[in-house]
Write a protein that binds this ligand. Structure first.
Ligand SMILES: Nc1ncnc2c1ncn2[C@@H]1O[C@H](COP(=O)(O)OP(=O)(O)OP(=O)(O)O)[C@@H](O)[C@H]1O
Ligand SMILES: [Mg+2]
Length: 173
C-alpha cells in the first residue's frame, strides 16, 4: 500500500490557482522531499493531505484512506509540523505534549513514557517544565517535532521543519 497517493489534486483560492493538478505517490518508509518556490503550493498541498483544507478538485489517499471521505482515519494515521508555530505558549513543554497525547487518546499507561521519549529525542528533557513562552524559537520548533511524533504516526508531514534551527539540530533532524 502507498503511504500517499495524490491524483490531480487541485486547490483554488478565489482567483489564485494554488495547487495545479498534481499527482504523485509516496512509498511506505520513503522520505519524500517536496520542493518549490515561495507560493508554489507546498503548504496548501500538505494541508489538503492532512485534511485541514478541502481540495477544489482531485483526490488523494493516505494509507488508503480518502482525505475527504475518511478524514478521521487519515488524522489518526498522521503527524504534522505546521509552518507556523502552534504550541500553547502558556503551558510547559511537557503539558503541551500531554494535552496532545490526550487528544490522540494515548492510553494513560504509555502516555508519560512516550512523552519522555519524545522530549529525549529532541533534547528537551531537562527543560520540560519550562513554559514554552520562555523557549527560544529553535527549542519551540524542536518541541513541535516531538509533538508531531508523539502518536507514532505512519506518515509525518513536516512543513519547513528546519526553519529557525541551528546546524546541529538540522543535521540531527
Ligand atoms: N488561505 C488562503 N487564502 C487565499 N490564498 C491563499 C491561502 N493560502 C495560500 N494562498 C495562496 O496560495 C498560493 C500557494 O500558497 P502556499 O502557502 O501553499 O505556498 P508554499 O509553497 O507553502 O509557499 P512558502 O514557501 O512561502 O511557504 C499562494 O499564492 C498563496 O497566496
Ligand atoms: Mg509554505
Amino acid at each position: 500500500m502507498k503511504a500517499i497517493r495524490a491524483d490531480n489534486l487541485t486547490k483554488i483560492f478565489g482567483r489564485v490557482l494554488a495547487v495545479d493538478h498534481i499527482s504523485f505517490e509516496v512509498e511506505e518508509g520513503e522520505v519524500f522531499g517536496f520542493l518549490g518556490a515561495n507560493g508554489a503550493g507546498k503548504t496548501s498541498t500538505i494541508m489538503m493531505l492532512a485534511t485541514a483544507l478541502n481540495p477544489t478538485a482531485g483526490t488523494a489517499t493516505v494509507f488508503g484512506y480518502d482525505i475527504t471521505k475518511e478524514r478521521g482515519k487519515v488524522r489518526e494515521s498522521i503527524g504534522i509540523v505546521f509552518e507556523e508555530l502552534s504550541l500553547d505558549i502558556n503551558l510547559t513543554a511537557k503539558e503541551n505534549l500531554d494535552f496532545h497525547a490526550r487528544l490522540y487518546h494515548l492510553p494513560k499507561r504509555v502516555r508519560d513514557e512516550w512523552i519522555s521519549q519524545a522530549l529525549d529525542l529532541v533534547g528537551l528533557s531537562d527543560r520540560q517544565n519550562t513554559l514554552v513562552k520562555y523557549y527560544s524559537g529553535g527549542m519551540q520548533r524542536r518541541l513541535e517535532i516531538a509533538r508531531a511524533m508523539l502518536n507514532a504516526p505512519r506518515v509525518l508531514f513536516l512543513d519547513e521543519p528546519t526553519l529557525g534551527l541551528d546546524v546541529q539540530t538540522r543535521r540531527l533532524l
